[in-house]
Design a protein around this ligand. Structure first.
Ligand SMILES: Cc1cc2nc3c(=O)[nH]c(=O)nc-3n(C[C@H](O)[C@H](O)[C@H](O)COP(=O)(O)OP(=O)(O)OC[C@H]3O[C@@H](n4cnc5c(N)ncnc54)[C@H](O)[C@@H]3O)c2cc1C
Ligand code: SF4
Length: 331
């Protein structure tokens, strides 16, 4: 690892100016950035520790929304009684991520900005990887693609976005409060992550100098009947093979509103509006859930080793819908 300077940010307002030096990186929980530095994927001259900034580690329930400070720890948000009661999909997405020790360190803002687990990206430089070295090629296209994307890939890159929390946030129409050199702005979480296109090295739409301050999630009936269903190679401490964040608003068993987002199968958190629309006005039961699961994978583009995720994913969505429905009082 290259030597670096460690600096403590005194306030949020000081962060954009400090990031004007493009060799400075934010340090929050450190569970991703240090890994990237050890792997040679990041070599900052300065790490700017933002964890002492006051007021960004809280979780508030206000009129109609949950507000998470970017520095709130994953474990605190996952165990928060109001998050568990009002929006279980959020708590479950956090609780099923990483390990307890990691969740105790990792922050909600840092979680959103984790990078792909594509082995060719992380284990270079022996493999071509456009994300690591733009223009070098993509080893996964003709290589081992079991963990790669069925949706949103390009010729340049098919790496999966690995996180769980962002998938749940996208299902719940959450938004970010950002602070940058030009002031504050709001951004839907669904717009944060870019498709790889021909520039897979650019993963988000964050502007130079911007930091995430807060995450806002609207509250309502949808959140209460929600779940995060995550299928992985082992039941703990593993990234998703497939996951589904699902929320329902049912009226006597008939679907009024539905949200479905997929994880583990796309280059960014992946909403499936066609599958959501197919549910509206219909009585939720196992047959309808299975139909929506199949619809969610329409248009998937499997590679050589990941086609099994289509059936697995359809069943994951179907099971998630039935779990969410049971939380709205349906048997
Ligand atoms: C072994 C292992 C297993 C894991 N398993 C899972 C899993 O199953 N599911 C899952 O979702 N995640 C998983 N993770 C990822 C883990 O959740 C993330 O490492 C963690 O959430 C990152 O948060 P952090 O606060 O430690 O971020 P840091 O490492 O401090 O920062 C991460 C990145 O975000 C930037 N950053 C941090 N905060 C901000 C901010 N407020 N504004 C702008 N930029 C910021 C940093 O500069 C850095 O680039 C795993 C990680 C490990 C190491
Ligand atoms: S899928 Fe993306 S990250 Fe993986 S080798 Fe190809 S370009 Fe690199």
């Amino acid at each position: 690892m290259q030597p670096f300077t460690y600096v403590i940010a005194p306030s949020a307002e000081a962060v954009p100016a400090a990031l004007a030096d493009s060799r400075t990186r934010i340090l929050a929980g450190g569970t991703t950035i240090y890994d990237l530095m050890k792997l040679g994927l990041e070599a900052p001259a300065t790490l700017l520790d933002i964890t002492a900034i006051p007021g960004l580690d809280g979780i508030q329930v206000t009129e109609g929304q949950l507000v998470f400070g970017a520095l709130a720890r994953m474990s605190d948000a996952a165990a928060h009684p109001e998050v568990l009661r009002r929006c279980p999909v959020l708590a479950e997405s956090l609780n099923r991520a990483a390990s307890q020790q990691l969740r105790n360190m990792a922050t909600l803002g840092g979680n959103l900005l984790q990078r792909t687990r594509c082995a060719y990206f992380r284990n270079g430089p022996d493999y071509p990887c456009n994300k690591r070295v733009p223009g070098s090629g993509c080893a996964a296209q003709e290589g081992l693609d079991r963990g790669h994307a069925l949706f949103g890939g390009s010729e340049a890159c098919i790496a999966v976005y690995p996180g769980d929390w962002a998938v749940a946030l996208v299902a719940m129409d959450a938004a970010l409060d950002l602070l940058g050199p030009g002031g504050s702005r709001s951004l839907p979480v669904s717009s944060l992550h870019r498709l790889p296109g021909d520039a897979p090295e650019r993963e988000t739409v964050l502007q130079p100098g911007e930091m995430i301050q807060r995450i806002r999630v609207p509250l309502g009936r949808l959140g209460e009947a929600s779940t995060y269903h995550k299928i992985r190679d082992r039941e703990s401490y593993a990234f998703a093979l497939v996951s589904a964040a699902v929320a329902l608003d049912l009226d006597g068993g008939v679907v009024r509103q539905a949200r479905i987002a997929l994880g583990g199968v796309a280059t960014r958190p992946w909403r499936v509006p066609e599958a959501e629309a197919a549910l509206i006005g219909r009585r939720m039961d196992a047959a309808l859930a299975a139909e929506a699961g199949r619809l969610a994978f329409t248009g998937a583009q499997p590679g050589r080793h990941n086609g099994f995720k289509m059936e697995l994913g359809a069943r994951t969505v179907a099971d998630a819908l039935l779990i969410a429905a049971s939380r709205s009082g349906m048997p």
